[in-house]
Design a protein around this ligand. Structure first.
Ligand SMILES: *Cc1c(COP(=O)(O)O)cnc(C)c1O
Length: 502
């Protein structure tokens, strides 16, 4: 390579130049600042994916032989495209999903993670990430109360992976040789007990682990959509009679659909009696642990063998940051069948290796997302998190109370967390038209790009689903949402009637 070109715009090493970084990062900061300052009520502007592909393609260079630094205009367009095509999670109109409008400084810390690029599975590569993981484990355990010397936590990239890992640990714990021998010669038919309302990552785990979805034992739910502990025993006994060896019971602390919290203490008693591993999927609601006010709703959580919490949901840090807790450290190493012995290594040389999280997690190169959480916890402490969670849960209750007084709305469940599902109810309607109406309302709301709400199928009928993740949402916004739904609903009902009379 001709060294005389060094510094020219055609030198590839300029791409890695710190001044270029500063110049362009300033543009990013300016735009993100404006984005965060925008408090307009809006939802999601859905762009046709073909159109978006076209817009994205227009930003791509056609010159693959040489290059120059991107012109500012194109760089700005690229950032705008990224920002504008997202669900506006920082707007009070965002009421539809579980990922949060994040604490902005957590995003700034996340950028450090991207630049210094410290994968988090091994202490050597990710020193602070591994220490942060240990610290956050202990901070959380203040709310759980497990034996300091025995419990463990590992971070995973998302709740789906956290659930899979925990169920894998449970499986390997039950069937001693399965890691080596697979299902060959296994006498038992392994099965998992789950709620009818479990997250799809849980039922999917049965497929991934070779247990088979047919070996999912579905536990019935009550009107509040919680597992019915009173019939769970009978269902488990019946499964056993069918020859199934249920080794794990998965409960939810905050179902995805309505935020229902299963009766953890009662299920723990059943699990203990029958020798089952109790895993609690607290992806959504596990964060309530940090709230003194809400913690009692998770009563029984400390009796679980494992549970997960998604920090990118109700702990307001960037996606994806999941904490997977185990009551018993040795079991944390069962998922991937590592010997736990070196963890307790007394040898000074191995002290660092004892901080590796690799033995407990699937990912080899793992994003250091835990540092974002630790940094926010370090800088702000518990109360910011707990106050925001309390606010969101109270808001959901107030919204529910308001809905319950509206004659043309149907409430479905008393909210236990920050999720409220309901239907617009103009009067008697057949179930299929009733469902269609909710779908159409939801689509129209989202098309209008003022609010973003989701929907969920509850017992075969669509419900509109609101998830409060944003503290900027107030009574003013949810009453506006209700008026909007009513307005849309009335127009749609007229159209439906015209259709039916034709
Ligand atoms: C969101 C969610 C998951 C999945 O977690 P990801 O972080 O999206 O992978 C699992 N279980 C429940 C109850 C959830 O709400």
């Amino acid at each position: 390579m001709d060294m005389t070109t060094h510094g020219s715009m055609n030198d590839w090493s300029d791409v890695f130049d710190q001044d270029v970084f500063r110049e362009y990062a300033e543009i990013v900061l300016g735009k993100l600042g404006a984005y965060l300052a925008d408090r307009h009520v809006r939802g999601l502007k859905m762009v046709d994916p073909h159109e978006l592909t076209e817009s994205a393609r227009q930003l791509m260079t056609e010159n693959h032989q040489s290059f120059s630094q991107p012109d500012r205009e194109r760089f700005e367009k690229l950032i705008d495209l990224y920002i504008q095509t997202g669900i506006q999670v920082h707007s009070p109109g965002y009421m539809g999903r579980q990922f949060s409008g994040i604490m902005p400084l957590a995003g700034a810390i996340d950028m450090i993670g991207s630049i210094v690029n410290q994968p988090a599975s091994f202490y050597e590569a990710g020193q602070l990430p591994n220490v942060a993981e240990r610290i956050m484990a202990k901070e959380f355990n203040r709310f759980i109360g497990w034996d300091e010397e025995r419990f463990d936590m590992v971070s995973t990239s998302g709740g789906a992976l956290g659930n899979l890992t925990a169920i894998l640990a449970a499986r390997n714990d039950r069937y001693a040789d399965i890691w080596e021998k697979g299902y060959n010669n296994l006498q038992a038919i392994p099965a998992i007990a789950v709620s009818e309302e479990c997250h799809y990552s849980v039922s999917r785990a049965a497929g991934i682990l070779g247990i088979g979805e047919h070996q999912l034992v579905r536990l019935p739910i009550d009107a509040q959509r919680r597992i019915r502990a009173d019939v769970a025993e009978d269902v488990l006994a019946a499964a056993k009679n069918r020859g199934l060896d249920v080794f794990c019971l998965v409960a939810s602390a905050g179902t995805t659909s309505v935020g229902a919290i299963d009766p953890l203490d009662q299920l723990a008693a059943i699990a203990q009696k029958r020798g089952l591993w109790l895993h609690v999927d607290g992806a959504h609601g596990g964060s309530a642990l940090v709230s003194d006010h809400l913690r009692p709703r998770l009563n029984g959580l400390s009796l679980a063998d494992s549970f997960i919490v998604d920090a990118h949901k109700m702990l307001f840090v960037p996606t994806a940051c999941t904490l997977l807790f185990y009551k018993n450290r040795e079991k944390a190493y069962k998922a991937f069948k590592q010997e736990a012995s070196y963890v307790f290594e007394k040898d000074v040389d191995n002290r660092a290796a004892a901080f590796d999280s690799a033995g407990k997690n699937f990912e080899c190169t793992k994003r250091p997302a835990i540092v974002n959480l630790w940094a926010m916890w370090a800088l702000y402490g518990q109360s910011v998190f707990s106050q925001k969670i309390d606010y969101l849960v109270d808001l959901a209750q107030a919204f529910y109370d308001f809905l319950a007084t509206q004659d043309d709305f149907q409430v479905i469940h008393a909210p236990e967390l920050n999720i409220v599902c309901f239907r617009y109810f103009p009067g008697a309607m057949c179930a299929s038209a009733f469902s269609q109406l909710q779908d159409a309302i939801r689509n129209t709301i989202n098309q209008n790009n003022e609010f973003f709400v989701s929907k969920v199928d509850l017992d075969g009928v669509t419900a509109i689903r609101v998830v409060f993740m944003n503290h900027l949402i107030t009574e003013e916004h949810y009453t506006a949402l209700v008026s909007e739904i009513r307005k849309i609903g009335q127009v749609l009902c007229q159209e439906f009637e015209i259709e039916q009379s034709n």
